[in-house]
Design a protein around this ligand. Structure first.
Ligand code: SPV
Ligand code: MN
Length: 626
C-alpha cells in the first residue's frame, strides 16, 4: 500500500500518530491505514495501555450510549439488538483460497467473494464515528504463549470489554518490533438504530486463516465482535496445528488436595454444562473459564488462560449456587452486564438470580413488562437466556496466584464434560491418553435444554466442545490431540464427568454441589492417592473414597445405594452412544484417524463381554477384583 505513513499522518492527531509510530511495525501500520481508508472514520484513537487510555474507552462507551451506568460504582449495562443475541454460526465463515480445503464440516466462502462482500459492508461504516485502535495480548505477556493482537473497532463497548477480558498489548507490540506475527481484527457495528446494529441481515464474520485476520460487521454481540475471544480461538487452532501445541475451549482451575497441594485441571464442556461453575468450585482457585493454550515445556504439559476476565452466562448465577461471582456482581467493581433486565430503579435482574423478578423495566427488547411478546408471538423473558456479565478475574476472591505466570501451570488432568441423562457415570478416568482423547473428548455429546432453541433432550455431538471453533479438519484435530503428548513422560490423566445423570422418573441423581467431590477425586487420582475400579470404559471411584470426600468437603453422608445408582455401568446406553458417535465419524469426517474406529471396536467388545458376564446394568461392586 503506497503512502501508508502519509495517510496515517493526515488522519491522526499528532498524539495518536506518535503512539502508532512508536510501534515500529510496517504490517500493523498498513493494516490501520487500510482500515482508515476503507471505513472513513471521523477520528482515530490509538489506545496504549495507560490507565487514562483504558478509562477513555470506558467513558466513551457511556458517552455514546452503548453502555449505561448502573447504581453500583463500576457497573454498566449494554444491550445488543433483539436479533443479535448470540454467535451467528451461519454467517461466520472461513475465507478459502482456491486449492485450500478445510474438510467438509467447516463453513466457508470463496475468499475473493467473501472479502469483497465484507469490505463492501465495511465501506464508510465509521463515518462520523471514532475508530478505536487497540492492542491486546492473548495469554500472559512476555511468554512463549503470548500472541499479540490488534483490534480495530468503532464500538467502545467491544473495546471496553476487551480491556476487561485481555491483557494489554501495546508494550508487547513494542517488543515484537517489525514481526508480522500477530492477529488482526477489524469490526464495525455498522449503522445503528437506538444504539444497536440495525442491519443484522448483513451481519458477517469472515475469517482469513492465511492472513490471521478477521472481519466482523453489523453486529455487537460479544461472541461475534470481541475479536480475541472465539475469533482468535479459530486463528489459534490453525496456528497451534502448524506449531505443535493446542488451543482449546477449556477452563483452567486449581484443585486443592490434602496438605495444601494444588493440582491444575483444564476442562472442556459445551455451553450450559457446568463449565464456569466447575472452574469456580468452592474452596478451589480459578485461572480461567473459557479458553486455554497448552504447550509442552520442561517435559510437562503446561497451560495458560488466554484471557484475564470472564464473559459468562448470567442466568442462574445466584448467591447460593455461585456465591463468588454473585458477590462480585453485587459490589463496586468493573462489570458490564449485557442483555439483562434493568428495573425502574436502575438495578440489573436476570433469570435464576434467586430473587423475584420485577414485572417491568428495560431489556434487549426495549421497554418491557411481564407477558410482553415479540412479533412472532413468543413471550419475551425478563432477561435473555444468553445474557452475560463481563468482569476481571483478579476481582474474584478465588483467583489463583499463578494466573499470569508466563510459564503457565502444569496440567495434572484434563476433564471432558457434557449433558447426559443416562449414559456416562458422574466421573471416570480414562485408561490412558489415547482412550481419553477418543472415548471422552472425541465422544462428547450434550443434550439440548429448554434454554436452547428446538426440542429439549436432543443429543448434539460436540468434539472436545471445540466443534464450533475448529479451523482445521476434524480428523487432523483429533490426531493433533493424540500426538501432543508423544514425548511427555507423565501425560495429564483424562477424565469424563457428567453432572446431569437422571433416574427413570427424570430426577437428577446428583446435587449441584457434588461436582466438587468428582474433581477432588480426580485430584487424588492424579497424585496416586487412591485406587479405582476398572470398568469397560475406564476407572471409577471406590465407594469409601467418595464417602470420605463427601463427608470432608460437603459434610454429607454418602449412601451406598446412591453410589450404586450413580456409578452403575449402563451397557446398552454406552453401546448406543458408541454407535451414534461412530456413525458421525463414518459419515461426516472423512479424515477420522483409524485408531478412533479401532478403539471404539475394542471398547464395544469390552462392554459386551462385561454385559454377558454381569448383565446390562452392572453395579460397581460387581467389578471389584481384589
Ligand atoms: C460460548 O458460547 O462458549 C461462550 C460465549 O463462551 S461466546 O463469546 O459467545 O463464545
Ligand atoms: Mn465459551
Amino acid at each position: 500500500m503506497p503512502n501508508v505513513n502519509q495517510l496515517l499522518k493526515e488522519n491522526l492527531t499528532t498524539q495518536n500518530y506518535n503512539r502508532l509510530i512508536a510501534l515500529d511495525n510496517p504490517k500493523m501500520h498498513e493494516f490501520v491505514a487500510d482500515a482508515i481508508e476503507l471505513c472513513s472514520p471521523g477520528s482515530v484513537f490509538v489506545c496504549t495501555e495507560s490507565s487514562d487510555d483504558i478509562a477513555y474507552l470506558r467513558e466513551l462507551a457511556i458517552k455514546t450510549g452503548e453502555e449505561k451506568p448502573l447504581n453500583i460504582a463500576g457497573h454498566t449495562c449494554h444491550f445488543d439488538g433483539y436479533h443479535d443475541q448470540a454467535r451467528d454460526k451461519a454467517q461466520t465463515k472461513y475465507l478459502l483460497s482456491p486449492g485450500s480445503d478445510l474438510g467438509e464440516s467447516l463453513n466457508s466462502i470463496e475468499k475473493s467473494v467473501g472479502v469483497k462482500e465484507v469490505r463492501d459492508f465495511l465501506k464508510n461504516s465509521m463515518v462520523g464515528r471514532e475508530m478505536l485502535v487497540c492492542f491486546w495480548c492473548l495469554g500472559p505477556t512476555d511468554s512463549d504463549f503470548s500472541i499479540p493482537c490488534i483490534q480495530i473497532t468503532d464500538s467502545p463497548y467491544v473495546a471496553h470489554s476487551e480491556s476487561i477480558l485481555y491483557r494489554p498489548g501495546y508494550e508487547q507490540f513494542k517488543k515484537i518490533g517489525s514481526s508480522p506475527d500477530f492477529f488482526r481484527f477489524i469490526h464495525s457495528e455498522g449503522e445503528l438504530e437506538n444504539a444497536v446494529s440495525k442491519n443484522v441481515d448483513k451481519r458477517r464474520v469472515y475469517i482469513d486463516l492465511e492472513e490471521d485476520l478477521v472481519y466482523s460487521v453489523n453486529t455487537q454481540y460479544g461472541g461475534n465482535t470481541i475479536g480475541l475471544k472465539k475469533l482468535a480461538l479459530r486463528l489459534a487452532i490453525q496456528k497451534a496445528s502448524r506449531q505443535g501445541w493446542l488451543a482449546e475451549h477449556m477452563f483452567v482451575m486449581g484443585a486443592h488436595g490434602p496438605g495444601g497441594r494444588v493440582t491444575y485441571f483444564a476442562g472442556a464442556f459445551p455451553s450450559a454444562c457446568g463449565k464456569t461453575s466447575t472452574s469456580m468450585l468452592p474452596g478451589q482457585t480459578i485461572i480461567g473459564d473459557d479458553i486455554a493454550y497448552l504447550r509442552k515445556k520442561q517435559g510437562q504439559v503446561r497451560c495458560v488462560n488466554v484471557e484475564k476476565g470472564i464473559f459468562g452466562i448470567i442466568r442462574d448465577v445466584n448467591a447460593k449456587d455461585d456465591p463468588i461471582i454473585y458477590e462480585a456482581l453485587t459490589r463496586p467493581c468493573e462489570v458490564i452486564f449485557s442483555n439483562v433486565l434493568i428495573d425502574t430503579n436502575n438495578k440489573p435482574h436476570w433469570l435464576g438470580m434467586g430473587t423475584e423478578l420485577p414485572i417491568e423495566g428495560t431489556n434487549h427488547s426495549g421497554k418491557w413488562q411481564k407477558g410482553k411478546t415479540d412479533s412472532e408471538g413468543n413471550e419475551i423473558t425478563a432477561s435473555h437466556k444468553n445474557a452475560r456479565y463481563c468482569l476481571n478475574i483478579p476481582d474474584l476472591s478465588n483467583r489463583d496466584p499463578l494466573i499470569d505466570d508466563p510459564d503457565g501451570v502444569p496440567v495434572g488432568g484434563i476433564i471432558y464434560g457434557g449433558r447426559d441423562s443416562d449414559t456416562w457415570v458422574p466421573v471416570e478416568q480414562a485408561f490412558n491418553w489415547t482412550e481419553g482423547i477418543i472415548l471422552k473428548g472425541a465422544a462428547i455429546e450434550s443434550e439440548t435444554t429448554t434454554a436452547t432453541l428446538g426440542k429439549a433432550g436432543v443429543r448434539t455431538f460436540n468434539l472436545m466442545s471445540n466443534l464450533d471453533f475448529l479451523s482445521i479438519p476434524l480428523g487432523r484435530y483429533i490426531q493433533n490431540n493424540l500426538d501432543f503428548i508423544k514425548d511427555i513422560n507423565r501425560p495429564p490423566l483424562i477424565f469424563s464427568v457428567n453432572y446431569f445423570l437422571k433416574n427413570k422418573t427424570g430426577e437428577y441423581l446428583n446435587g449441584i454441589a457434588d461436582k466438587k467431590v468428582w474433581i477432588l477425586w480426580a485430584e487424588l487420582r492424579v497424585n496416586h492417592d487412591v485406587d479405582a475400579i476398572k470398568t469397560p470404559t475406564g476407572m471409577i471411584p471406590e465407594y469409601e473414597d467418595l464417602a470420605k470426600l463427601f463427608k470432608d468437603n460437603l459434610n454429607q453422608q454418602y449412601n451406598q445405594a446412591d453410589y450404586v445408582q450413580q456409578f452403575t455401568i449402563r451397557i446398552p446406553e454406552n453401546l448406543a452412544k458408541l454407535d451414534r458417535v461412530e456413525k458421525i465419524y463414518e459419515q461426516k469426517v472423512s479424515d477420522t484417524p483409524q485408531i478412533l474406529f479401532d478403539t471404539f471396536a475394542e471398547v464395544r467388545k469390552r462392554l459386551k463381554a462385561a454385559g454377558d458376564k454381569h448383565g446390562n446394568y452392572i453395579s460397581p461392586f460387581d467389578l471389584i477384583t481384589k
